[in-house]
Design a protein around this ligand. Structure first.
Ligand code: GLU
Length: 328
């Protein structure tokens, strides 16, 4: 176990040691079990579908983005009048990320720094603009808050396990795909469940505003969707027996398996979740620039190093990086 992973597990254990037992006194387990466990703030069972989901979404290829420029500008020398120049002049790239998703965007408890596969992508973009990967201001956004953060110009980019979909393309732009995940199931280690088909009438947790909650809500077996703000809230509800399963991208679930030996990921992928970097609709030049950065990161091996660092320990062999698709 790496030091980093050990630290995360340790911090969870410490939280339990201080939160579950009382100051060194022996704890009567029967009494602990009889206490009703609080649910996470903002949890909603069987939520009404968002009103926008009623509108038909035009067909598109959500994985096709804008071609990078012929030649990339040198760091610190962004072209006059470009979105990148405005970011360079402001002194920092503002990035919407997660801080609760181990392996992709999480806070290392020993250093308090944000780290993960998504955070590496942010730092590559900052390095390409400024020549310095640390000129970043991170803003934590929930799954449900990603599009508004971009539409309201609170962030320059969102790098947060975000699937490029046609519905989202109507409101924001996406970079080329930098990773392809797929939705799976996470259950208690003792559970016999291996598929959403077996979860009719049972509670299945996912984050508000995610593609995952929609997949659960629309599943033919009629599981009961339970939505929360953060992925870590789903894990807590599963650990406390308040839901029967959680279901989202295998990337996110892999981080949970790495933190908690009492849960397991089961069943095949039930969706395809191609991740893109979200960028405000008007900033097409920024999309092209970011696509140049992503292509460079694949070409120079940084993408592969980042995969090996974060996802290598999960045991999944490293896939080829997604081949970028462009619209022209
Ligand atoms: N990739 C899915 C999405 O963008 C689920 C992951 C998430 O919401 O963080 O909705």
């Amino acid at each position: 176990m790496s030091n980093k992973r050990g630290a995360v597990v340790l911090s969870l254990l410490l939280a339990c040691a201080t939160g579950c037992a009382g100051g060194g006194r022996p704890v009567d387990l029967a009494a602990v079990d009889s206490v009703e466990r609080p649910a996470p703030v903002g949890v909603e069972e069987n939520p009404a579908p968002p009103s926008t989901s009623a509108a038909p979404t035009p067909n598109c290829d959500p994985e096709a983005s804008f071609r990078p420029p012929e030649s990339m500008p040198q760091p610190g020398r962004m072209p006059a009048g470009s979105t990148m120049k405005a970011i360079q002049d402001s002194g920092k790239l503002i990035a919407g990320v997660d801080q609760n998703t181990f392996l992709f965007g999480f806070r290392d408890p020993t250093t308090n720094a944000l780290e993960g596969f998504d955070i590496d992508r942010v730092r590559e973009i900052a390095k390409a603009i400024f020549g310095d990967p640390n000129k970043v201001q991170f803003k934590v956004v929930t799954s449900a808050g990603r599009i508004d953060a971009l539409k309201n110009n609170q962030v320059h980019i969102v790098v947060r396990t975000m699937t490029a979909t046609c519905a989202r393309w109507q409101q924001i732009n996406f970079s080329a795909i930098y990773y392809t995940a797929g939705q799976r199931l996470l259950v208690d280690r003792a559970s016999k469940v291996t598929s959403l088909d077996q979860l009719g009438g049972k509670k299945v947790c996912a984050a508000k505003g995610s593609t995952s909650i929609k997949t659960i809500a629309e599943h033919k077996a009629d599981p009961i969707p339970v939505q929360v703000d953060n992925w870590s809230d789903c894990l807590i509800m599963l650990q406390q027996g308040q839901v029967d399963a959680m279901s989202t991208d295998d990337t996110i679930l892999a981080g949970m398996v790495a933190q908690d030996p009492n849960v397991k990921m089961v069943g095949p992928r039930i969706t395809r979740e191609p991740y893109g970097i979200g960028i405000p609709k008007k900033n097409v030049d920024m999309v092209q620039f970011v696509n140049g950065v992503l292509a460079q990161s694949v070409a120079d091996g940084a993408w592969a190093d980042s995969y090996d660092k974060w996802l290598g320990p999960t045991g999944e062999p490293r896939p080829d990086p997604p081949t970028p698709k462009y619209r022209d």
